[in-house]
Design a protein around this ligand. Sequence first.
Ligand code: SF4
Length: 325
Amino acid sequence: MITVEAPNIQKIENPNLKEPEPEHCPGPESEDAGKGDACDGCANQEICESLPKGPDPDMNLINERLKDIKHKVLVLSGKGGVGKTTFTTMLSWALAADEDLEIGAMDLDICGPSLPRMLGAKGESVHASNSGWTPVYVNDNLGMMSIGFMLPEDDSAIVWRGAKKNGLIKQFLKDVDWGKLDYLVIDTPPGTSDEHISVNTYLKESGIDGALVVTTPQEVALLDVRKEIDFCRKANIKILGLVENMSGFVCPGCKNESMIFKPTTGGGKALCEELGIPFLGAVPLDPRIGKACDDGESFLDLYPDSPASTAILDVVDALIESIES
Ligand code: SF4
């Protein structure tokens, strides 16, 4: 029998990096990070070059901008296609159903900015004034801001590299005039990409409440969620809880539910028990959700009797409880 020794896998101590720092590393936060001879050939070079160096003066501006926002919630997913933006949309509508609350929804998914369409703000343009960029209000107490507003055409692909993407993210956080909000829901890029890391780095200091993690039940999605949770732990971001999306299928005709993605390893609930994080609930797929999001309408208002609406509202209640605990 041939025995293959497992490679010596070094742990990544810095959550911003995709590979461990080599022995000769000058430090990812140092002025020379990503540039000098010591960095030649290092897999982190592009990331390090675009990371904020030393005390970043823009951090104070970002913190100042966000200081009147009571609660900031990041919506994360380990991979794309699990319904993260759809859930961000539902969460925003659900929170805004309380007329006494002021809600903001920020779309930082710069490679797939679909929040304007889903919240019914497609085609709007951003108004800039002396006090910054004004969010687009989709109803009296729900404002939103997205990179989507900056794109010239619907089918434009964002092909910028790290530093330019990070610059825009910073601009968003620095210049949008949110005013006083009770909740800011932030849709982030999926996975642990460069811009995802920047979002978390820039927001962490401003006092985010934590992250809501969205997954689907099948193992391939749960594997990526484990990485996302590991990232949050390394970056000291509190995990407010996990929601299992597309957890079954609701027939719009007979209202019966059936499983489409089989949870071969126990799904999100078992993962939460194993990792000691709150399980906020499971939301079944109702095909009318996609239509409501395409039309920019609130699924919760259109179909309050759907089991999916009940499940979403239960998740939102559990999330608020987790924020306030
Ligand atoms: S690019 Fe340079 S600073 Fe960044 S991890 Fe590599 S060696 Fe360290």
